[in-house]
Each structure stands twice: as C-alpha cells, then as structure tokens.
Design a protein around this ligand. Structure first.
Ligand code: SDX
Length: 436
C-alpha cells in the first residue's frame, strides 16, 4: 500500500517536501515549511468561502452531496423523519445516541420545563416596531438571554453547558411565537406543559380565546418532521458562524444569535422566504418559462435551487414534498405548489441547471408547506432557526470539547499599500484615493 503522503516540489527552489495525508486532507500548517528563504513566512492556502477546506473534525452529520445522502450520527434522515420526534433527534445530535424511553422522558421533561421566558423578555419584544421582521426579533432576543443567564459564560463546565443548551432548545419556540404574536398584535400565550414540543409551539402561536389549545395532529407531526429535517447540516454558513464565534469562548446565547444572523441571509436560511416571493412574482405556471429565461440570463437566481454540497436532489426536499401532501389534505392545496412543480420540471430538463447540477434544496418546498399551515413568509426562517438551534448547540459542544480547536483567526493575502508617508490635511487633494 503506497505511503499516505504527498510529495511537493517547490520549483522556485528545487526543494521537495513530504507531508502526511490524513483523512483525505493535508494540514495547511504543514505547508508553512515551504519557503524561498529564512525570511519567507512560508506557504499558506487560499480558499475564499472555504470551498475546499475542512475546519474541524465532526461526528455529528454526514452528507454525501453526489449521492444525496444525509445522516445524523449515522442514521439516514429518511428513517429519522419517519420514526422519531424532533426532541428525540435533538437528543441524538447532542448525545450521539438515540435515547432510551426513560432518557427521552427525562429529556422531554427538562425541555418542556424550560419553555418559559423571563418576564423581562416581553419588554424586549415591546421595544420592536409591530412590523419588525421576526428574524430580527428572534436574533436580538436570543442574544438578550445572554444578559438573563450570565453564568452561561462558563463554557468549560459541562453541567452548566447542558443547562444552557436545554434552556435554549426549550425557549427558541417561545421566542419565535412571541415574535409572531407581536407582529399580529395578539396577546402573548404562555407555554402549556401538557403539550408536545411542536403542539406547544402551535399553542403559543395560534391559541386565541379557547380555554385549551388543541393542535391538529397532522400539522404538529408535519412540523416535527420539518424540524428534524432542518436540525443540522454539518459545516454550513450558520454553523460556521456558531463555531467561529464559539471558538472565542463566547457564551452559547450570543453564539446562537450569531449563527441565526448568518442563517437569515437570502442565500442561506432566508431562501425559503425568498422562494415564496419568487413564486408570487411568477404568479402562474404560464409565466414559468419567462422566469427560467431570466435565471439563465443571470438576471435572477432560482431561489430554493442549488447547493454547495448537494450536486443531486437534496434528500430533505424529497421528504418535505411528501409531507406537504399530508398537510394539504388538512389545509387545502397551496396553489403555489403547481408553480413550484412546473419550475422544477422545466429546470431538471434544462441544460443550464443540469450542467451546474442545480436541484431543489431544502428551501424549495418548505415555504409552500409553511404557508399552507398558516405561517407568513417572514416567519419561515425563524422556523428554520428553531430547529437548527439543536444542531448549532451540538456543533458548539463538539467545538468546546475538541482539544485541537482554538480561537478561529484566518490569515489573508494583503493587497493594500506598502508603508507610505503621512499626508497632512493641508496637502490632501479631493478624491485622493487613486483608482486601483
Ligand atoms: C441552505 O450549506 C448548507 O448546508 C445550507 C443548508 C443548510 O441546511 O444549512 O442546506 C440550507 O442554505 C440551502 C441553500 C438555500 N439557498 C438558496 O436556495 C439560494 C439560491 N441558491 C444559490 O444562491 C446557490 O446555489 C447556493 C448559495 C445555495 C450555493 O452557492 P455556491 O455553492 O457558491 O454555488 P455558486 O453560486 O458558485 O453557483 C455555481 C453556478 C453559478 O453559475 P456560473 O457562474 O458557473 O455560470 O451555479 C449557478 C451560479 O450562478 N447557480 C444558480 C443558482 N445556484 C447556483 N443559478 C441560478 N439559480 C440558482 N439558485
């Protein structure tokens, strides 16, 4: 068996170097020995957007983008979506194993008894305009919990970490529901501990004057499945933010708020809201060919399509498509589905998309389902964030306990000026910045 090494010849000096290959990678730091002389800093790698850079070792989620495979802790997403509840999967992500019946009972009890928010949180909410985007309210309020639980700063105490993790998983639906109720101008609804995680979320969103909220079981199950599908996705943009901020030993509330901020971007978790806007803009199946032309002309992106890792159909999109049929049997079919299906049909036959391996991703169908369930588009990314909080925290826990990790601090290729003389005010000319 040939040695697992890479031999590099630096043609500038004729020197050769041999570096070990481990897990399909070479260590970037092994390149620093490649110098043109003692003054040379040594070689670095340059990888904008980390297209080909592993930032960590992780055993949480495995994705095979070419084969459309997604597994949490080795279990295929299809099986987890069919057989588990979201809290069961959150336990799996955090502890590495599916819980026994007793472990799950205690886990559900702990999460359920941490859904209440400090009453001061309602004052944070009152500070937002009624029409504030709920994602802004969600991020700000999650960050504000850092001030409610200052002990969370002790990130090295395992018991304290788990206490904050349970608080965050318990409270993110309450914060999301508070944001929604603030938007619609309805009084806040307190958690109901008799209900499951998703039933209670629906209770806090939609309970009106009835003495006890009763969730439609098809819709609460659909929400459970959606939360399972969105729970983790290895080193995506939001998780990278969680790990980068968490690497400074920042508390989990501020780290989660940072991750949620990244998720809010339209290229990331904000895409589900953008898909609905796109479908509204298209308006009908007949207008799909014209929109596809605009995409191919580079004028617009086909939101909900494409993925950095999946070069095949996103397995989550398939499950959402299936689950939406169950929801539509309760809510009535969302007519936007017909536009989405036509978009997909045309795109999957068109060379522009086939050549670029662009397929529907998790965001393409989720919004249509959320809207049918009664969520406004601006709530879609908040729903994504509720579920992904479990994944972010599992990744954060892995980071904090990884002896190889330290504060994240990338290098750069400097392209600015060399040292230059200071220019006193009287000698500065207008528009003195030369075109470069
Ligand atoms: C999520 O990373 C994760 O795991 C994310 C996520 C998770 O669970 O955390 O899966 C959740 O964020 C899903 C992605 C949601 N975003 C969208 O649906 C927005 C639309 N998609 C694109 O912006 C894009 O596909 C990305 C951002 C998802 C991926 O971008 P990449 O990997 O940087 O790819 P790229 O932009 O370099 O595109 C490669 C080519 C380009 O064409 P050329 O320059 O080669 O001619 O494909 C084109 C792009 O223009 N392209 C698209 C397109 N996506 C890529 N063209 C039209 N419509 C699109 N949606």
């Amino acid at each position: 068996m040939p040695e697992k090494t890479l031999t590099i010849t630096d043609n500038r000096t004729g020197q050769t170097y041999t570096v070990p290959i481990e897990d399909g990678t070479i260590r970037a730091m092994d390149l620093r020995q490649i110098k043109t002389g003692p003054e040379d800093f040594g070689l670095m790698t340059y990888d904008p957007a980390f297209m080909n850079t592993a930032s960590c070792r992780s055993s949480i989620t495995y994705i095979d983008g070419d084969r459309g495979i997604l597994r949490y802790r080795g279990y295929p997403i299809e099986v987890l979506a069919e057989r588990c509840t979201f809290l069961e999967v959150a336990y799996l992500l955090l502890f590495g194993e599916l819980p026994t019946a007793t472990e799950l009972k205690h886990w559900v009890h702990d999460i359920t008894h941490h859904t209440m928010l400090h009453e001061a949180t309602k004052k944070f909410m009152e500070g937002f305009r009624y029409d504030s985007h709920p994602m802004g309210m969600f991020v700000s309020t999650v960050a504000a919990l850092s001030s409610v639980y200052p002990e969370a700063r002790d990130v090295h105490d395992p018991k304290n970490r788990m206490h904050q993790i349970v608080r965050l998983i318990g409270k993110v639906p309450s914060i999301a529901a508070l944001s929604y109720r603030h938007n619609v101008g309805f009084p806040y609804v307190y958690p109901d501990n008799d209900l499951s995680y998703t039933e209670n979320f629906m209770n806090m969103l939609w309970k009106m004057v009835e003495p006890k909220y009763v969730a439609n079981p098809v819709l609460s199950r659909a929400l459970d499945i959606l939360f399972i599908l969105h729970a983790d996705h290895e080193q995506n943009c939001g998780t990278n933010a969680m790990r980068s901020v968490g690497s400074a030993q920042t508390d989990p509330y501020l780290s989660t708020a940072s991750a949620a901020s990244a998720l809010a971007g339209p290229l990331h978790g904000g895409a589900n809201e953008e898909v609905l806007k796109m479908l509204d803009e298209i308006g009908s199946k007949d207008h799909v060919p014209a929109y596809i032309k605009r995409v191919k002309d580079g004028q617009v992106k086909l939101m909900g399509f494409g993925h950095r890792i999946y070069k095949n159909y996103d397995p989550r999109a398939k499950i959402i498509k299936w689950s939406s049929e169950q929801v539509f049997q309760v809510t009535g079919r969302n007519p936007k589905l017909d536009i989405a299906l036509e978009l997909e049909r045309i795109a999957l036959e068109d060379d522009y998309f086939v050549k670029r391996k662009l397929y529907p991703n998790v965001d393409f169908y989720s919004g249509i389902m959320y809207q049918a369930m009664g969520f406004p588009p601006e709530m879609f990314t908040v729903l994504f964030a509720i579920a992904r909080t479990a994944g972010w925290l599992a990744q954060w826990q892995e980071l904090v306990t990884d002896p190889e990790q330290k504060i994240a601090r990338p290098r750069q290729i400097y392209t600015g000026y060399n040292e230059r003389e200071f220019v006193p005010m009287e000698k500065r000319a207008a528009a003195s910045v030369p075109a470069r």
